[in-house]
Design a protein around this ligand. Structure first.
Ligand SMILES: Cc1cc2nc3c(=O)[nH]c(=O)nc-3n(C[C@H](O)[C@H](O)[C@H](O)COP(=O)(O)OP(=O)(O)OC[C@H]3O[C@@H](n4cnc5c(N)ncnc54)[C@H](O)[C@@H]3O)c2cc1C
Length: 78
């Protein structure tokens, strides 16, 4: 079976991975030139954690995670 996935966001990449693991031949189309070179930190919680556990990636994600001790909100005047 072949699949064409439009968009290399989290939804497209996970769909591609999961289909590939079950033998599908997958092509992903992405309009952006590449990942942001500076990286991007994001919160990860709730259903996302459950999904990562379900597909066996939670351990690797924990290894790559940054522990955040505190966060603060700053308004335009500091
Ligand atoms: C500023 C910001 C901060 C966020 N922070 C968090 C957070 O901390 N934690 C969290 O869980 N969620 C966060 N979110 C939400 C999260 O980013 C989205 O829920 C998630 O990215 C959705 O994934 P997606 O794969 O559905 O879509 P997207 O991430 O939007 O991916 C879609 C991809 O498809 C590509 N695309 C679109 N149209 C085409 C086309 N015609 N041809 C080819 N490629 C195409 C786009 O370039 C894009 O790469 C944040 C969102 C924003 C905007």
């Amino acid at each position: 079976m072949r699949a064409l996935i439009v968009g290399a966001g989290i939804a497209g990449l996970v769909a591609a991975r999961q289909l590939g693991l079950t033998g599908w031949q997958v092509t992903v189309l992405e309009r952006s030139g590449g990942p942001r070179p500076e990286g991007y930190m994001m919160d990860f919680f709730g259903p996302g954690v459950l999904a990562a556990e379900h597909i066996g990636l939670a351990g690797r994600m924990r290894e790559a995670a940054y522990d955040v001790d505190a966060a603060c909100y700053v308004d335009p005047v500091g």
